[in-house]
Write a protein that binds this ligand. Structure first.
Ligand code: SAM
Length: 267
């Protein structure tokens, strides 16, 4: 059978469709999520319901966001899901998660086997709603999970690590081989749990400034920050923050990036 056809659906590459079909992996993901009745569960990209079905077995209601019209239609008439689902046929990147949380009357528990082509921008979109979110469980490329959890002084540590750790506590849950999906992706995958901090440990005045500084620093990660951030900060500013200007982007902690963001004075 064509490797792109699963349960009679032709996988659409543009929507990053790789469907889970390994029961052990599916059970492990649902066990990690621990869905409970009464929680505001939201799945991004339910697809053919590989995760939706076992979650729906444990709860009375969940909301799903699916961009693919055909898949959304299949879910709407799914015999086992019935009226348990609220289906939003929309691009998750355009969803206002504050609104969803307001409607639910509680912070959201979001999960999904994310389309890899948009997983990073989608996470940034979600981070901007961090106080409407209780936690998130996502299947991602393993390399992305490595970057999310990376500590300073490692190759994987970069802009994504700083921005994600600014908002969330991040815990890798499970590694998943390509054979667990149909069609099989070319890369290894992993499931990660992201829980927004109850209190942001190092709050910045303007998140855009933190974004700008980390872009500047990591785009030139081999340079010292005296060079890469020299347009933004004086030697005295580095000194007053006790940050050695001879360090490189990967040597600075999240707290140090936040301190820089708060010391930044726009020209
Ligand atoms: N959850 C299913 C599974 O595990 O087998 C499908 C996972 S598949 C990797 C990604 C799913 O996200 C697909 O159903 C795809 O149509 C959907 N999708 C892709 N882009 C999306 C977007 N921007 N917003 C919402 N859903 C999207």
């Amino acid at each position: 059978m064509n490797n792109r056809v699963h349960q009679g659906h032709f996988a659409r590459k543009r929507f990053g469709q790789n469907f889970l079909h390994d029961d052990y992996i599916i059970e492990s993901i649902v066990a990690a999520i621990q869905p409970k009745n009464g929680q505001a569960l939201v799945e991004i990209g339910p697809g053919l319901a590989a995760l939706t079905l076992p979650v729906a077995r444990q709860v009375d209601h969940l909301t799903v966001i699916e961009i693919d019209r055909d898949l959304a239609a299949r879910l709407a008439t799914h015999p086992k899901l019935g009226d348990k689902l609220t289906i939003i046929q929309q691009d998750a990147m355009t969803i206002n998660f504050d609104e969803l949380a307001k409607q639910a009357g509680q912070p959201l528990r979001i999960f999904g086997n994310l389309p890899y082509n948009i997983s990073t921008p989608l996470m940034f979109h979600l981070f901007s709603y961090y106080d409407a979110i209780a936690d998130m469980h996502f299947m991602l490329q393993k390399e992305v999970v490595n970057r999310l959890v990376a500590a300073p002084n490692s190759k994987a540590y970069g802009r994504l690590s700083v921005m994600a750790q600014y908002y969330c506590q991040i815990i890798p849950v499970l590694e998943v081989p390509p054979t667990a999906f149909k069609p099989a992706p070319k890369v290894d995958s992993a499931v990660v749990r992201l829980a927004p901090h109850a209190m942001i440990p190092n709050p910045v005045k303007d998140i855009k400034v933190l974004g700008h500084i980390t872009t500047q620093a990591f785009n030139q990660r081999r340079k010292t920050i005296r060079n890469s951030l020299g347009q933004l900060f004086t030697a005295e500013q580095f000194d007053s923050l006790n940050i050695d200007a001879n360090l490189r982007a990967e040597n600075l902690s999240v707290a140090q990036y936040c301190a820089l963001a708060n010391a930044y004075i726009p020209a």
